[in-house]
Design a protein. Structure first.
Length: 394
């Protein structure tokens, strides 16, 4: 297995598999993204994920459904970082442990932040400054934004400073510019994981607003000791699909592919698999989180899982003899849970490769075990945290 020349790593954003022991500290006791969806929809059609071993993972909700003879390597991983957001989850995968949580402002941003942002960005003010859904807030404040020129500022219980503005009246370049101002500002005691540009336009009927595909995440850059930096130094190509590039601020990534939806993410991953025959293809499918998890849409989440499962055979068929497929998540976002925040959960691990013997790898102590495994497959130096998964490396 150490001769693998290509790894396809797909993060099913927010598809957690049960509350971690410290979930109560994060306000998430009893959360279980996959388990609760399976309980709500016992007829959920995910035969291909089940075949790889999804329902066989230790402690998995029985409603997910176990099979007698899984075809993949299966298990789950705990998060050692202090957080439950996309940045800490993805960073931990590549060997970065976040000791101090990023700042959150669940009651809106204080005057010291807003006043400085308005002054430095050269804008007439902001609208919103509250916790809200991105689609709901542009519906509520879109017209006023167009009339006043004030961008819409909102957040969540996650560490995000989100700025929504019209591409048509405010301008996309101007939106990106003020997001860069905010990114430079939010440091020190106000360090936030991400500033996110959320552009929108009027819908076809002209009586409402829709977000566009030109979202851009401004994450803080990761440290230099991580898998992606090691791969780059070793000359191993890394190609990203979805928001991966933004989450790592481009660290170690040679080619980036933006996507607008899960179907687009799957399509682009398959296209990259045809184009790139070596290295790491690193994909994030964000709609599980953004479209269904945060909006507490259990049915939509279930249908999203079914769609991915339907497309999974295409990915398996496109794999070559030396490929390794990794399926995992970065945190939970239980759509049946209270509130709209992420949930502190274990993440599933499903691994598949031709010739890879099925195995139960139990509960891993950190997401970084995945990154360390990838690093060893490509022969780069060991990560600061994490151990390789023997079932893959033997």
């Amino acid at each position: 297995m150490k001769n693998r020349r290509r790894v396809i790593w797909i993060v099913l954003d927010s598809v957690g598999i049960g509350a971690m022991p410290d979930a109560e500290r994060f306000g998430d006791p009893g959360a279980d993204t996959l388990g609760h969806i399976a309980e709500a929809y016992p007829d959920m059609k995910i035969p291909n994920l089940r075949a790889l071993g999804l329902g066989c993972i230790d402690g998995a909700n029985p409603a997910i459904g176990a099979v007698r003879r899984p075809t993949g390597v299966y298990g789950k991983a705990a998060e050692i970082s202090d957080g439950k957001d996309s940045v800490t989850g993805h960073w931990e995968m590549i060997g970065i442990r976040t000791e101090e949580p990023f700042q959150t402002f669940p009651d809106g941003f204080p005057d010291r932040i807003v006043d400085t942002f308005v002054r430095e960005a050269g804008i007439p003010g902001v609208l919103g400054n509250c916790v809200d859904s991105g689609t709901a807030i542009i519906k509520r404040l879109g017209k006023e934004h167009e009339e006043t020129g004030k961008p819409i500022l909102y957040t969540s219980q996650d560490s995000v400073f989100q700025i929504a503005a019209s591409e048509e009246t405010f301008g996309l370049d101007r939106l990106y510019q003020i997001c860069e101002v905010a990114r430079k500002q939010l440091t020190g005691r106000d360090l936030m994981a991400r500033v996110i540009a959320r552009p929108f336009i009027r819908n076809k009927d002209g009586d409402g607003y829709v977000r566009t595909a030109n979202r851009h995440d401004y994450a803080i850059p990761p440290g230099k000791e991580n898998l992606l930096a090691y791969l780059e130094a070793a000359g191993v190509p890394v190609i990203s699909v979805g928001k991966i590039y933004d989450l790592f601020s481009g660290c170690g990534i040679q080619k980036a592919n933006k996507t607008v939806s899960n179907p687009d993410g799957v399509n682009r991953t398959l296209e990259v698999m045809q184009e790139e025959k070596e290295g790491l293809i690193f994909t994030n499918l964000v709609e599980f989180d953004s479209t269904w998890g945060h909006r507490r849409d259990v049915r939509g989440y279930k249908e999203g899982l079914e769609y991915f499962d339907l497309r999974l055979p295409e990915i398996l068929a496109a794999m070559e003899e030396e490929d390794l497929l990794i399926l995992t998540a970065d945190h939970g976002c239980d759509p049946s849970y209270a509130g709209t925040d992420h949930t502190r959960e274990y993440v599933p691990i499903l691994l598949y490769g031709k010739g890879l013997q099925p195995a139960n790898i139990g509960t891993r102590s950190t997401f970084a075990d995945l990154g360390e495994t990838v690093g060893q497959l490509f022969g780069v130096q060991h990560l600061p945290v994490g151990t390789g998964i023997e079932a893959v490396l033997l």
